[in-house]
Design a protein around this ligand. Structure first.
Ligand SMILES: [Zn+2]
Length: 116
């Protein structure tokens, strides 16, 4: 399952960052996930729970921020919200699209409690 391997890599990354910060507890993880990232949100939420089990992230709250897509027209540089991945520019009507937001998958922030 695609989402499970993503969840495992998120959990691994967060654990490494928490260890680097000498944190023994992570209370919250904020994720930015684009609506055009191809990720099934419900499946990812479920997978994060599975991946975090028996780790220091078992009680961590994973908050998923859904990022709306923003496209830039490669011809006239008009910025717009595309209604699908392949569309025409609403300004100059040329085909072609460059997504500048909406495909991200990143860990935005962690809330950790540090060891004494
Ligand atoms: Zn255009």
């Amino acid at each position: 399952m695609h989402e499970l391997s993503i969840a495992i890599s998120i959990v691994d990354t967060v654990i490494k960052q928490a260890e680097a910060a000498s944190a023994n507890h992570v209370s919250e993880v904020n994720l930015d996930i684009g609506l055009y990232s191809g990720i099934e949100f419900q499946s990812l939420e479920f997978s994060l729970g599975v991946a975090a089990k028996d780790t220091i992230l078992e009680k961590t709250a994973f908050r998923i921020n859904r990022v709306e897509p923003v496209a830039e027209c490669p011809s006239c540089h008009h910025l717009y919200t595309p209604d699908r991945v392949f569309s025409h520019c609403p300004e100059c009507n040329k085909p072609g699209i460059r997504l500048i937001r909406g495909t991200e998958l990143q860990i935005k922030s962690l809330l950790v409690e540090q060891n004494e």
